[in-house]
Design a protein around this ligand. Sequence first.
Ligand SMILES: O=c1ccn([C@H]2C[C@H](O)[C@@H](COP(=O)(O)OP(=O)(O)OP(=O)(O)O)O2)c(=O)[nH]1
Ligand SMILES: [Mg+2]
Length: 158
Amino acid sequence: MSAISPEYLGPVLNLKRLPHGAGLDVPAYETAGAAGMDLRAAVGDDEPMALAPGARALLPTGFVMEIPPGFEAQIRPRSGLAFKNGVTCLNTPGTIDSDYRGEVKVLLVNLGQEDFVITRGMRIAQMVIAPVTQVRVAEVTETSDTARGAGGFGSTGV
Ligand SMILES: O=c1ccn([C@H]2C[C@H](O)[C@@H](COP(=O)(O)OP(=O)(O)OP(=O)(O)O)O2)c(=O)[nH]1
Ligand SMILES: [Mg+2]
């Protein structure tokens, strides 16, 4: 259940439920200050998925969304699953473009030692909506000097 007040006037995320998402809770902020909304697995009721050690799987969430222009969604692991089971998002943070109209999917990988069983409605990842900036690319022949210059990868010491 969402902890955000119904009077909240921020951006709106339109969600369209797909048939196999029937009955699942919509993604929701679990606490008032949560950054991410938990995403649930829309696997079949009688078809839990066993993710073997080292295996990866693309999990359905059962919904399509309309991200407001100027925003993206980032699909991120849940720390608890990572810590307890070694299960994380392989492509973290997964990027959902604002013009994407396919089903939101979660790419999980099992880095643990045991099978991980995913059941319908299990909260498998979280989704953060974040502003993005698109830039205009201008090709140039010189870039400005800075104190750092080309130093990187530990150039400032430990
Ligand atoms: O965890 C994820 C990552 C991506 N997507 C969807 C939404 C996103 O808009 C689209 C494309 O993702 P991305 O750009 O990361 O993948 P790509 O390999 O570059 O595919 P494309 O050529 O379709 O952009 O796939 C998901 O559902 N879940
Ligand atoms: Mg892409």
